[in-house]
Design a protein around this ligand. Structure first.
Ligand code: BES
Ligand code: MN
Ligand code: ZN
Length: 499
């Protein structure tokens, strides 16, 4: 997709399709007014008749038979102007993006960035626009027949600027948006690939591909033999039942001075989660190919970082394994020793994410992290608690939590904090080891984080449970979302440029 920014107004600019906003009740935006004048009041007529009332996310397309200047006009409802926050803006954008794709044009002008959005500046509005258009044109195709690959025709998106200063902001918003989108696309593609292709070995190869031809990225892979030497009994216990060897992959991005402490991202990379001996029920088990979406988001974010050439040191670590039952599989009641020295009684082999993560979180101490964020499709309980809107956030550092919440808000990739109080810790007590790998029935998202907290005492750490947001479960939408690449990249942008 090409993005173009120009200082002009809509009545002077010819294109395939124009996207303009309508607020509730039936209030035309500036560009909508200009077009209304140009086309003899057609837009106000449509509003009067009630075909467009300005309700948030509602869309109507006018096709212009005379083909003068604009092939079609997409009217987008934006809700009440007073309620027009970045999340409302995003909803309007994605409704518009879907509609523009339907009209099958090859170029469009996005006039929505002229609208006043409560908590976003021009740069943020452009970034969000690029993200939503890129989201709407992504198609999974890798394992589909050629004939079924329906590519979007949309090739060009224009933004109109009032002033030259605006142009600078628009260019920057485009650049940020495109880098984030390219990271999201990688995360989606890896998430969508089936478990028989996207194995731990495959993910390690993908990491190496990122490093190819990039002097700022270095990739190292810890193999099972070395994991044994390092004492990673928890990570190894997960891949025991599988013929696919586990891989612990580090991607070091050096954008800053070598001595500067890095931000470390740690992703759960279970390439398929059957549950192991504590096997899952059959219904929807295919969705457990998405259990590596945390790792995919780390790879995606590393990609975005390097495309943005961020002046920051970042290390991405992905803990990859396949969780299978089998003759050598870990059994409920087995006790393993983690790299930290703490022993774990594995009461449920389906609580495997925390087992791969705990050794990864101990391992990464060697990078002397400035802050650590782990990203994991960790608990079904998180989906029960928060649904599919925000990810769950837990942290041992309130400042870090605040920064992540703010980044998520700005990037339209929200997260919601849950308490990580010590009061929950006792649910992990075990009679046979230092700690059990499951808590009781309640507060499963928090007790999972409490487990991880035992391994993250040496640094500032936050945990993102993305079980509810990493993929859509059904219908045409079924597939990976690429979240939380926007949140993570936004956070890193702020760390790099201190804004
Ligand atoms: N990968 C799952 C979590 C999950 C389940 C994410 C469904 C999204 C949808 C994780 O490994 C798991 O199985 N967690 C268990 C933990 C339990 C055994 C304590 C769960 O949530 O049921
Ligand atoms: Mn599991
Ligand atoms: Zn899992």
């Amino acid at each position: 997709m090409d993005y173009i920014a120009k200082t002009t107004t809509i009545d002077k600019e010819a294109t395939g399709c124009v996207i303009v906003g309508i607020f509730k009740p039936k209030r035309l935006s500036d560009s909508a007014k200009k077009l209304d004048k140009l086309y003899h009041g057609i837009i106000s007529k449509i509003c009067q008749r009630g075909a467009m009332n300005g309700s948030l996310g509602r869309v109507t397309t006018l096709y212009n038979p005379s083909r003068s200047k604009h092939d079609c006009i997409v009217l987008v409802g934006c809700g009440k102007q007073d309620d027009f926050t970045i999340s409302a803006f995003q909803r309007a954008l994605s409704a518009a993006a879907i509609e523009v794709n339907k009209s099958n044009v090859s170029s469009a002008i996005n006039c929505l960035i002229e609208l006043p959005v409560k908590d976003a500046d021009l740069l943020g509005k452009v970034q969000a626009s690029v993200l939503s258009i890129e989201n709407s044109i992504y198609r999974y195709s890798e394992t589909k027949p050629k004939a079924a690959r329906n590519k979007s025709r949309l090739k060009k998106m224009k933004f109109l600027a009032h002033t030259r200063d605006d142009l600078t902001d628009i260019h920057e918003g485009q650049e940020f948006g495109q880098a984030i989108a390219s990271g999201m696309n990688l995360a989606k593609e890896l998430g969508n690939l089936p478990g028989n292709i996207c194995t731990p070995t495959y993910l390690a190869e993908q990491a190496k591909t990122l490093a190819k031809g990039n002097r700022k990225i270095r990739v190292t892979v810890v193999e099972e033999a070395q994991m044994k030497k390092l004492g990673m009994g928890a990570l190894l216990s997960v891949s025991n039942g599988s013929v696919e060897p586990a891989k612990l992959v580090s991607i070091e991005y050096n954008g800053d001075e070598p001595g500067e402490r890095p931000i470390v991202l740690v992703g759960k990379g279970i390439t398929f989660d059957t549950g192991g001996i504590s096997i899952k029920p059959g219904a929807s088990m295919d969705e457990m190919k998405f259990d590596m979406c945390g790792a995919a988001s780390v790879l995606g974010t590393m990609k975005a970082c390097s495309e943005l050439d961020l002046p920051l040191n970042v290390v991405g670590v992905i803990a990859c394994a396949e969780n299978m039952p089998g003759g050598r599989a870990t059994k409920p009641g087995d006790v393993v020793t983690t790299m930290s020295g703490q022993t774990v009684e594995i009461l449920n082999t389906d609580a495997e994410g925390r087992l791969v993560l705990c050794d990864a979180l101990t391992y990464i101490d060697k990078f002397k992290p400035e802050a650590v964020i782990d990203i994991a499709t960790l608990t079904g309980a998180c989906v029960v608690a928060l649904g599919h809107i925000p990810s769950g956030l837990m942290s041992n550092d309130d400042e870090l939590a605040k920064e992540l919440i703010a980044a998520g808000q700005l990037a339209g990739d929200r997260t919601w904090q849950l308490p990580l109080w010590d009061d929950y810790q006792s649910s992990l007590d075990s009679n046979f080891a230092d700690i059990a790998n499951i808590g009781g029935r309640w507060g499963g998202t928090i007790t999972a984080a409490c487990f991880l907290a035992r391994f993250t005492k040496k640094y500032r750490w936050a945990h993102l449970d993305i079980a509810g947001v990493a993929w859509h479960s059904s219908g045409k939408q079924k597939g990976a979302t690429g979240r939380p690449v926007p949140l993570l990249t936004e956070y890193l942008l702020h760390q790099a440029y201190e804004f």
